[in-house]
Design a protein around this ligand. Structure first.
Ligand SMILES: [Zn+2]
Length: 250
């Protein structure tokens, strides 16, 4: 009997962990459906040209974002930063630096909530509050949006459309938020890059996320992809590319 109770408790715990794993991860089939249904407001990949876009989420901060900006400056590369309203308000000087150095700002909600579990009014607030902070700090009103965890649904995409945003997910996931060593971050990126790739990395995180690997891998990632014939562009530059441009080696 005792054994049976333990077994049931174990099964229940396993079942709950299974559900939470699935609900936290992105549903690729759903994403594909949304991309087809909302192609005018939702993109996961650029056109197949010899260009790639580096994107950095969750910033800014004072630890990793400045280091990443230093590397991008040295390598003459422009990127896209999907920032959180709460962090932008905390570190306005980094937001101004991102803009001044020619990068593109994107909206990543105010405090990183899972939008697919939110009401319409909460979704609207997360986007608009971040926009207001960014306008106040930088004078710019971003038109690009990335949902936390890449999680979108019809409600989110309709709201983004009404607010004049375009949602951008990614085609290459560095998985750098798992505090991976530089070698693994580099492998994750280089293995999956194809023409028109949108590459996901992070430039800030919570206290458990060590992004040293992201910073250390970045110069090598940039140089290797340049050798393969890729040009680094921002999200607007990538999505407005001519699809008939020269193809790169995959
Ligand atoms: Zn994020």
């Amino acid at each position: 009997m005792r054994k049976t109770i333990f077994y049931h408790a174990y099964s229940l715990a396993f079942f709950i962990s299974l559900i939470s794993t699935f609900s936290a991860s992105r549903d690729m089939t759903d994403e594909l459906n949304y991309e087809q249904q909302f192609s005018h407001v939702f993109t996961r990949n650029g056109p197949p040209v010899n260009k790639v876009a580096l994107t950095f989420d969750d910033g800014p901060d004072l630890v990793y974002t400045p280091k990443i900006l230093n590397i991008l400056k040295k390598e003459h590369v422009k990127a896209t930063f999907f920032v959180l309203g709460v962090n932008a308000a905390r570190y306005p000087e980094i937001i101004r630096r991102i803009v001044k150095e020619g990068h593109t700002l994107g909206n990543h909600t105010f405090d990183h909530i899972n939008l697919i579990h939110s009401t319409r009014s909460k979704i609207k607030w997360e986007i608009s509050a971040t926009e207001q902070v960014l306008v106040r700090i930088s004078g710019q009103s971003p038109r690009w949006f990335r949902a936390p965890y890449g999680n979108v649904n019809s409600l989110v995409l309709n709201e983004l459309q009404q607010l004049g945003y375009h949602a951008v997910n990614w085609s290459v996931d560095s998985n750098d938020w798992k505090s991976l060593p530089a070698k693994t971050v580099k492998q994750n990126i280089l293995h999956d890059v194809k023409p028109g790739a949108i590459i996901l990395q992070h430039c800030a995180g919570n206290e458990r996320e060590d992004l040293t690997g992201t910073v250390r891998a970045l110069p090598d990632v940039i140089r290797t992809l340049k050798k393969r014939g890729y040009q680094f562009v921002t999200i607007p530059q990538l999505l407005y590319s001519e699809s008939k441009a020269v193809h790169a080696r995959p």
